[in-house]
Design a protein around this ligand. Structure first.
Ligand SMILES: Nc1ncnc2c1ncn2[C@@H]1O[C@H](COP(=O)(O)OP(=O)(O)OP(=O)(O)O)[C@@H](O)[C@H]1O
Ligand SMILES: [Mg+2]
Length: 234
């Protein structure tokens, strides 16, 4: 579904990603892990079109998308739940969630999807008219995931879902995402919590200082002594 080849990207003269290769098949859940500053968010931004790559290829469903404007990439079916949630604090929960569907005009399907995300996150249903800025951290993350789903993405990318949240809330949100996955969604999860990421994913890539240093099935990585020592502290 997504195939990244020899991708180089960064900010101005500062190169962050070095010759990144990565592949995501339809229906897969893939994790991207690595320490602070490894370049995980930069890679998601490059896929979303928010950063133009210096070189390399990003193919989505066979089409080259490297360098396309981000609106085009959303329209093709890639949606990102950004690190730090980035909600519009002064707008209501409903307005924030509906923002995910701004580029769509299939009214009936939008309504169906809206009902589905409210069923996934009943807490959002109770708070539709509340300002998003007044939600708890966990609720804000639910709102951000709900917004991401309203884009009806073929590929959903989630950046640091668990950051700053209590384990129970994280579990609730991942349970909701599992239901989305069960419906056939393809998901790229970025997490600093490597164990959590590997538990969710079929396969994973380890990014270190902008380079993919390791990839494999989640089980292979969980059994890898270097991963255990460096990323899981075991
Ligand atoms: N707007 C920017 N301008 C210049 N450099 C940036 C910018 N955003 C990020 N960087 C740099 O790019 C590198 C990778 O950052 P990135 O946010 O992609 O890492 P990350 O793996 O997502 O880290 P974290 O786990 O902390 O979110 C860092 O060295 C960072 O300082
Ligand atoms: Mg990041």
């Amino acid at each position: 579904m997504l195939k990244i080849e020899n991708l180089n990207a960064g900010y101005g003269d500062v190169q962050v990603l070095w010759d990144v290769n990565m592949e995501i098949n339809e229906g897969e859940v893939v994790a991207l892990v690595g320490s602070n500053g490894a370049g995980k968010t930069t890679l998601l931004y490059t896929i979303s079109g928010l950063i133009k790559p210096k070189s390399g290829s990003i193919k989505f469903l066979g089409q080259e998308i490297a360098g396309l404007p981000s609106e085009d990439i959303v329209n093709l079916g890639i949606s990102q739940v950004p690190q730090g949630r980035r909600l519009f604090a002064g707008m209501t929960v409903k307005e924030n969630i509906m923002m995910g569907a701004y580029h769509r005009n299939d009214k009936e399907k939008i309504k169906e999807d809206f009902d589905f995300v409210l069923e996934l996150f009943p807490r959002m249903k109770e708070r539709l008219n509340q300002a998003a800025g007044s939600l708890s951290g966990g609720e804000q993350q639910m709102c951000a995931v709900a917004r991401g789903l309203m884009a009806a993405p073929k590929l959903l990318m989630i950046d640091e879902l668990s950051l700053g949240l209590a384990p129970l809330v994280v579990e609730t949100i991942y349970e909701a995402i599992e239901r989305v996955i069960a419906r056939g969604a393809t998901v790229l999860i970025v997490e600093q919590d490597v164990l959590l990421a590997l538990e969710q994913a079929n396969r994973a890539y380890v990014l270190d200082v902008g380079k993919v240093i390791l990839s494999g099935s989640s089980q292979e990585l969980m059994d890898n002594p270097m991963i255990k020592e460096v990323y899981m502290g075991i």
